[in-house]
Design a binder for this molecule. Sequence first.
Ligand SMILES: Cc1ncc(C[n+]2csc(CCOP(=O)(O)OP(=O)(O)O)c2C)c(N)n1
Ligand SMILES: [Mg+2]
Length: 358
Amino acid sequence: MREAFEGRVEYLQVMDESGKIDSSLAPADLDDKKITDMYRNMCLARALDAKILSLQRQGRAVTYAPLLGEEATQIGSAMAMGKKDIFVPAFRQHGVYVARGAPLDAMFLYWRGYEEGSAMPKSLGALPIIVPVATQMPHAAGLAMAQKYLNTGAAVVAYVGDGGTSEGDFYEALNFAGVWKAPLVTIIENNQWAISVPRKEQTASATLAQKAMAAGITGIQVDGNDVLAVYKATRDAIATSASGPCVIECITYRMSLHTTSDDPTKYRPDSEVEGWKTRDPVLRVRKYLDGKGLWDDSAQKSLDEENMARIDAAVARAEKFMPDPRSMFTSVYSYVPDVLREELDEAVAANFWQGDDK
Ligand SMILES: Cc1ncc(C[n+]2csc(CCOP(=O)(O)OP(=O)(O)O)c2C)c(N)n1
Ligand SMILES: [Mg+2]
């Protein structure tokens, strides 16, 4: 007998829970301005998240999937992307959109149920939110292959949950990307839960990162509540993506509900949530900035006010938005196929939108 394969998964943490940075591991292009920008984006994402959740509770959004606790994974990876890189979200990655400069109204529109919330500016390099679990992964692999084929130099950064890594689509995408060395960076946002299924019941695999190895892909685990670790791992993966894909498992925690239709108190102990509060990703960066004299309560107050003003303005715009009901037929394909055209004509003939002159 001889050894046929040996695998190893490393775990990266750059900033610990007390806000202390290991400078030997810090990303080369890091400075205090960048860390402050990361913090500002994390606070904006958290504020937007709280607002949409509260609007849903008032009946002003249909449903919502909160990101609370996952800010470092989302902001760190988003800020590591270059302008031409493309990101492919699942359904909880509002922080990625925020850090990439997406219009805040769009995200609220989406959760109000409007197709138009999926129409992001092209310059953003973003695919829309996608709810069917892991179906974005083959799209992402194909998109990455297209970048290689067209020689654009762009990488594709795709997001999938811990639960999503049990889906066939996940394995198929990695297999394809591995064979063709497509520039695909997969961020596994391991928030420990897939609705009510805990990570330990999801898979017997010791890490989710090691799933990459079966596809001949590098896999690494990072502290997903450490924005610097996520930033560094994503930046390194993008830098080497021309020679092949990478999988980054971010260990984080869903501090809130799965969605607004979920009640986690039915299946997870409060003590678990309390334990993760000590690892709060936003607080960690605040501790660092405080320690360096770069932030204080008055800076926080101004930022909170600035964020609320932006969010309130976006909500007001979104609530004034009057959709064209036809868009549910016309927005799916670049042209309306016959089968949808028939349905649209039928709806119009039946005066389906009676009273709104459409
Ligand atoms: C193919 C498919 N199966 C089931 C569902 C219902 N569903 C929505 S989210 C979810 C769990 C996803 O968990 P995970 O991938 O860990 O992502 P998270 O919600 O934690 O961000 C399930 C089962 C779905 N949307 N699509
Ligand atoms: Mg999950």
